[in-house]
Design a protein around this ligand. Structure first.
Ligand code: PSU
Ligand code: MN
Length: 306
């Protein structure tokens, strides 16, 4: 555990880590930039509850007033959700500036992994990761999340990747950087809103015990990087592929027309897709995060027993 002077553990997280209880990290960009208020706050609090019900302690991660928080209070979650996109979406390169200036930051998958690792938290549940964007061969828009997965030993449980990304190139990038990509109960990479992408993952894993054993083996061998678990959205909440793919294509077209680029791209596309699907994509998004929180909590409980 490399505690540093900028890091604050909440009392519950500090107690859990000191006594070897399972802890699950949660990100805050999904709160401030990934969903609208007030569903973002309701979802964040419900996810924490699900993690507790499944035997682990939740640690929502954010930067508040220049402090790296592993474990936010309800008030802090409300604050992040209300401020929304006014809060800096914080990637690896932002952390030093935010800390030295005493600013707020919403942590992406990248910075949630970094702060979780500083705190000694090994498992992190979210919705979707960033990846290689469609058209990256000219824009070079590749999420820092992929690089972080290669460098930081945290298991990330997600629902696969959305087809706002180039899924094939995202898998190639992860392969090049040595990141294991596991399918939970499937050999097919799930596509976030739907269970099917047509792309294969490296391994199918069928239980939290097996996930914990695989991650422990990676740690034991001293690999520096993490592991990506892709957990398909439950059937009853998955979307019609025709409907969601049409919305994604239209959102990407509008982003291109408006010249949206850089870190604004992912939040713009998520908000646009929600509008184009009349809110259905948000309902699915919330349910898949709940599903990932359950699996991450169970896996953290297994890992704590090894
Ligand atoms: N995908 C989602 N919801 C999100 C994100 C991705 O379905 O909220 C957020 C995560 O925080 C992820 C970030 O780490 O977007 C990726 O942003 P970028 O593509 O700019 O790297
Ligand atoms: Mn990007």
């Amino acid at each position: 555990m490399s505690l540093n002077k900028y890091l604050d553990l909440s009392p519950a997280v500090a107690e859990a880590l000191a006594t070897g209880k399972p802890v699950v990290a949660l990100e805050s960009t999904i709160i401030s930039h990934g969903m609208p208020y007030p569903q973002n706050v309701e979802t964040a609090l419900a996810v924490e509850k699900i993690i507790r019900e499944n035997g682990a302690v939740p640690a929502t991660i954010a930067v508040i007033g220049g402090r790296l928080k592993a474990g936010c209070t309800e008030e802090e979650i409300e604050y992040l959700g209300k401020k929304g996109t006014e809060i800096t979406k914080a990637s690896r390169r932002d952390l030093a500036m935010l800390v030295s200036r005493g600013m707020d930051g919403a942590t992406t998958v990248t910075t949630t992994m970094i702060i979780a690792h500083m705190a000694g938290i090994q498992i992190f549940a979210t919705g979707g990761i960033g990846g290689v964007h469609r058209g990256a061969e000219t824009t070079m828009d590749i999420s820092a999340d992929l690089e972080e997965l290669a460098h930081t030993p945290v298991m990330v449980v997600c629902a696969g990747a959305k087809s706002i990304l180039d899924l094939g190139l995202t898998l190639e990038y992860l392969e090049t950087h040595g990141v294991p990509v596991l399918g939970y109960g499937t050999k097919e990479l799930p596509a976030f809103y739907t269970r099917h992408s047509g792309f294969s993952v490296d391994y199918q894993v069928d239980s939290p015990e097996e996930l914990a054993a695989a991650f422990q083996a990676s740690l034991d061998m001293g690999f520096p990087g993490g592991m990506l678990v892709t957990n398909p959205i439950p059937e009853e909440y998955s979307m019609d592929p025709g409907v969601i793919n049409a919305a994604i294509d239209e959102a990407i077209r509008q982003a291109g027309e408006l010249g949206i680029h850089g870190k604004e791209t992912t939040p713009f596309l998520l908000a646009k897709i929600k509008d184009l699907t009349g809110g259905d994509s948000l309902d699915s998004n919330i349910q898949l995060v709940f599903n990932n929180a359950r699996l991450a909590a169970k896996t953290a409980a297994c890992l704590a027993k090894i």
